[in-house]
Design a protein around this ligand. Structure first.
Ligand SMILES: Nc1ncnc2c1ncn2[C@@H]1O[C@H](COP(=O)(O)OP(=O)(O)OP(=O)(O)O)[C@@H](O)[C@H]1O
Ligand SMILES: [Mg+2]
Length: 333
């Protein structure tokens, strides 16, 4: 294992199932200690990519290195460096929780002496202590899910890959998993796929969005907001002459422009939408600039596109690109 190599390096990965292309050309790098959200619509190729990363599925072409180790030629070594929680994690129905974790810990070569205390630790962080002696087949879906998470972090591998770890969990458990992932920050490298986007925004340093087997956007949520939506938007409830507003805004900052003016309510206030290409906070300057006798300002807030808006825009953009291609190549009529 090379200490200087990135945690994950994926280069031009391609995977087809029969005639179906699941991954067409995926490349990305994840630095040590990063927590990355892996997003994409159903069928985008997330689980397929994760299976290839973990050495459970061979790619048609392209390469993956985990901490510098090539998956294609050394899948056994890669498996030791990764804690993997697969989609629809199959668990042995007839084993007890602690027995299963003991069995997995031994397979992962955790020293016998350390395994007992480590199992206690993961049972604690995954809130599984009460069910440690229960048979897995008798656990509810959420509890099984947590057994999968416990197993993934058990051997404290440098890289954790979890395919929809919070699916089926109740809101308390989602909070527990969020804290758990946050506690791994800096110690382990984590890739999590999920469709719960607020969750991803709270836990991840960076997101990778894939669609139809390709990376369609990547960066911090703030970078992606900027890339997808060039402008920042402020909503103001203002009373006063709307015709005088553009000049007042220009005095605050020349980049500010009125993009929509609502109808006045009975009390004379109307909703004004103001946009700017500046991404730094202009709220305070706006409050000061509009505080004169010409206007009465009742509320002001900045509206940020959510990660969901970013996700929808990025995937829509990639579909539009695909749709536009045949048209661009069509001969002129
Ligand atoms: N074992 C398989 N045999 C044939 N096709 C498959 C197989 N597994 C996946 N696929 C196909 O590969 C594509 C990508 O599937 P994948 O499971 O990687 O998507 P995903 O992004 O994980 O989706 P989801 O959000 O629904 O979990 C889909 O078109 C899927 O039908
Ligand atoms: Mg999947």
């Amino acid at each position: 294992m090379s200490d200087s190599a990135p945690a994950i390096e994926v280069s031009h990965l391609v995977k087809t199932y029969g005639g179906v292309t699941a991954v067409s050309d995926i490349s990305f790098t994840v630095a040590r200690g990063e927590i990355v959200g892996f997003l994409g619509p159903n069928g985008a190729g997330k689980s397929t990519t994760m299976r290839i990363l973990t050495g459970y599925l061979p790619a048609n072409s392209g390469s993956v290195r985990i901490c510098g180790i090539p998956v294609a030629t050394r899948p056994g070594d890669v498996k030791k460096s990764i804690g993997y929680m697969p989609e629809n994690n199959p668990l042995p129905e007839d084993m007890r929780v602690s027995e299963y974790l003991y069995f997995r810990g031994r397979l992962k070569e955790v020293a016998r002496r350390q395994l007992g205390p480590r199992i206690d630790e993961v049972l604690e962080v995954c809130d599984l202590k009460r069910v440690r002696h229960k048979i897995i087949g008798q656990l509810s879906k959420g509890y099984r899910q947590r057994v999968g998470i416990a197993e993934a972090i058990l051997a404290e591998p440098p890289v954790i890959i979890m395919d929809e770890p919070t699916i089926g969990l109740d809101p308390h458990q989602i909070l527990i998993v969020r804290d758990l992932i946050a506690s791994l920050r800096g110690r382990m490298t984590v890739i999590i796929s999920s469709h719960i986007l607020p969750e991803i925004e709270m836990t991840c340093d960076r997101v990778l969005i894939i669609n139809q087997g390709r990376v369609v956007a990547q960066g911090t949520p703030a970078d992606l907001r900027r890339e997808m939506f060039g402008l920042s938007t402020y909503l103001l409830d203002v009373a006063g002459d709307p015709a005088a507003l553009p000049a007042a805004l220009a005095a605050v900052d020349p980049s500010l422009a009125v993009s929509a003016t609502g109808e006045p309510a009975a009390d004379g206030f109307r909703r004004i939408t103001v946009t700017t290409a500046r991404h730094d906070e202009l709220g305070e300057a706006l409050l000061r600039g509009l505080a004169g006798p010409a206007f009465r300002l009742r509320s002001l807030h900045r509206v940020e596109p959510t990660l969901e808006d970013v996700f929808l825009a990025a995937t829509r953009r990639s579909w539009d690109t695909v749709a536009a291609k045949p048209a661009a190549q069509a001969p002129a009529a």
